[in-house]
Unconditional design. Sequence first.
Length: 380
Amino acid sequence: MTEAPEAGLERWRLILGRPAEHCTGPLGERAAARDAALEWLYGRDPEQAARGIRPDRDRDRTGGDGASAVTAVDWLDDIHRLFPRETIERLERDAVERYEIHEIVTDPAVLERVEPNPTLLRAVLRTKHLMNPEVLRLARRLVEAVVRQLLDRLAPEIRQTFTGTRSRRPSRHAQARNFDFHATVRANLAHYQPAERRLLIEHPRFHSRTRPHLEQWQLILLVDQSGSMAGSVIHSAVTAAALWGLPGLKTHLVAFDTSVVDLTGEVEDPVEVLMRVQLGGGTDIARAVDYAAGLVDSPRRAIVALVTDFFEGGDPYRLVRTVRGLVEQGTTVLGLAALDEDAVPAYDRQLALQLADAGAHVGAMTPGRLAAFVAERLGR
């Protein structure tokens, strides 16, 4: 269907802003409301002032007996009424991450209206130190909702990795879930009865199953709390919770900045873990890796997964030396510049290369890929 010329002009007017109105013509009522919502947010961009465009984000809303300035609550109500879900998520992300409009997650009235999503969870983790007890209680509900969504999506994928896969070897254990239909048909073709169109099964065939040997393994997740790692902190907490309790796998969760906080005691409750995390501050990766080295029980059956951007505020030489020592004793060391659904890293490549030269496996992973990597090591 061809778009009406008026609709196309309105779209261009929304993209180009008010200065283009003399070319595109005035907006209709709904498009004008969308324009006002976009202006409230993007009108605070300093580049507009540099181009001589006057910000108009506080223009009055008409109606009733007077006018009132648009608040964050009004704006959220407007965008949820005017835009599709994908656009709403982008607008909310820009509001809290690009323009740092903290009232989106620190105003009780806003928190009661907002729909939980990962963007807002990251914002809560960055601003919870600003919250009074009432706001913190509402924010915790948002954290719980998003964590539940992530667990529902990620936990089945992670746990399925450890359930074992069918092998091609036959098995003497007759279990329905391991029944090999094709091999059974081939083995019993001599007993086919054409008149009755029936196959008599005298020798059923079954798959064997391989299972990772989990009895003696450790996974130590070391998670950088620096502000840029918010997404990885969230997924690390959820991943650790999903792995917790798997037979034979002992999971540790340790957060660090310039100090080290062992969160293993709360790993079953990722909400509590995230509410304890303090994003921002300095980074001493070497201290965290030293702590992890002290947790290792059996070096050849241990995996240390270091989730960080590798911007070391401590001693990089000590860090490389400790990683090399772990590798030489047989411990698997992962250096993950990102652990989230996007796995798009931003990190200090020079230090990451030094750790790779010391024997660490360096990269970025999704939680499912990390689980597969761990299962592969445990299955050796």
